[in-house]
Design a protein around this ligand. Structure first.
Ligand SMILES: Cc1ncc(COP(=O)(O)O)c(C=O)c1O
Length: 416
């Protein structure tokens, strides 16, 4: 049973059919999925969700598909890790990592959005799917699309990390590296979709695709014992993830699935070389001004964010804040999370960790509260970023003598 009613303009509120369309003809604002919440309220309980599959599809009632899921049956439901060592180091009470660095099958939260987009793409009759990507989305469309049997066209900027390029090529889609940055790729894709009518997951299927990000928020609330956290630190590129985590908490509140109200403050994390949303927040500006990205956090290198204004409004309405961090701080963030919590995240995760630390130090995050960091991708994909920042192994000959000479381990005294 589907509760998806229609698509609705975020600006004018006008309703549109559930097709592969994404812009309101009246005011050019984006279209968003709208549901029959009264029917969902009657049908959905915590118990029903808890008995559902251990994947993002346990929240199917709140996802924009008509039938049974066909893609990404193992995606989502990632661990919410209590980060006690990092909390002690930062002097905070209750810190959690939402660990999408281990999302199935391509190790980023983009596996969620693509699971939803391709399930819908199939329902709408597409056989060819495509995307404009900063890397992780490319991997997710390549992999999910391979298993589901779609023809795939993957458009990326020409200078992505090798791990992300290889992590698409291996699934054998058409990978097109465009001489330009993500904003150029995105512009080109808007032209291609108008001519070829493929299912572009983040262009004409965007109203469906973006809803997949809500599942991070649903999972966090469920994993915290049906409670929204006090603070969330979320990395931003297009800004969509920020808006959808907020939407998830608000939907759960509306459906009376939460203990208590949503008082979550959503904080935006961006790198110094590409921070249009965070800059608008910090400058208290009405305008999200486009920038030319230059940062090691390539997954966040979107200079003209599609959902920038909406993300800014969410941060503002929730009482949240923003932090901007340098490339060195990003590297330190990656190393800190690995050293303290055993989680190897990519550059976007480094941005989140470094931003959270900054916001705690500045007093924007209360140390005596429940704090969740959205760790959205895996460090093995962005090895170049920290190649020279983690040292080298100690090389030895295969002998005890060489081991003791070169490593000099502390002498251990065996108990008798
Ligand atoms: C690892 C990672 N984190 C965060 C983001 C930001 O997502 P959004 O574009 O929804 O702001 C991206 C976007 O590609 C990403 O790859």
């Amino acid at each position: 049973m589907s509760f998806l009613k229609c698509l609705k303009s975020k600006g004018s509120g006008r309703e549109y059919p559930k097709e592969a369309i994404y812009v309101c003809e009246y005011d050019f604002s984006p279209l968003e999925a709208d549901y029959d919440y009264d029917a969902i309220r009657k049908a959905l309980t915590r118990e029903k969700i808890e008995k559902g599959p251990r994947s993002l599809w346990r929240y199917r009632a709140l996802l924009p598909v008509d039938g049974e899921p066909t893609v990404g049956l193992y995606s989502g439901f990632t661990p919410l890790v209590r980060a006690k060592r990092l909390a002690a180091e930062w002097g905070v009470r209750e810190l959690y990592i939402k660990d999408d660095s281990v999302c199935h099958p391509t190790w980023s939260f983009k596996d969620r959005v693509v699971a939803v987009a391709l399930t819908r793409a199939r329902e709408l009759g597409f056989t060819t799917v495509a995307c404009a990507s900063t890397g992780n989305l490319a991997n997710a469309v390549s992999a999910h699309g391979a298993k589901a049997g779609f023809e795939r066209y993957i458009f990326i900027p020409h200078d992505l990390e090798r791990g992300k390029v290889l992590g698409s090529l291996v699934y054998n889609p058409h990978v097109i590296a465009v001489e330009g940055n993500y904003d150029d790729v995105n512009r080109l894709c808007s032209e291609i979709v108008a001519k070829y009518h493929w299912g572009f997951v983040n262009v004409n299927l965007r109203p469906y695709y973006s809803e997949g990000s809500k599942t991070i928020g649903f999972e966090i609330a469920e994993q915290l014992g049906w409670k929204a956290p006090d603070h969330m630190v979320v990395p931003a590129a297009s800004g969509s993830l920020i808006t959808k985590i907020w939407k998830a908490f608000k939907e759960f509140e509306k459906l009376e699935l939460l203990n208590g109200r949503v008082t979550t403050k959503i904080h935006c994390a961006q790198p110094e070389g590409c921070s249009p949303i965070a800059t608008a927040i910090l400058n208290k500006s009405e305008h999200v001004l486009p920038v030319k990205p230059k940062t090691i956090a390539k997954s966040l290198a979107i200079g003209n964010p599609a959902d920038g204004y909406y993300a800014k409004d969410v941060i503002h309405d929730s009482g949240g804040s923003a932090a901007i961090v340098s490339d060195d701080e990003i590297r330190e963030g990656i190393k800190t999370l690995a050293r303290m919590e055993g989680i190897f995240t990519e550059t976007a995760g480094g941005v989140t960790v470094a931003s959270a630390q900054k916001l705690i130090r500045q007093g924007a995050i209360d140390p005596d509260s429940v704090i969740v960091l959205a760790i959205t991708g895996n460090g093995l994909k962005t090895q170049e970023a920290i190649q020279t920042a983690v040292g080298e192994p100690v090389f030895i000959e295969p002998s005890l003598k060489s081991f003791e000479e070169k490593v000099r381990p502390p002498k251990t005294v065996m108990k008798a």
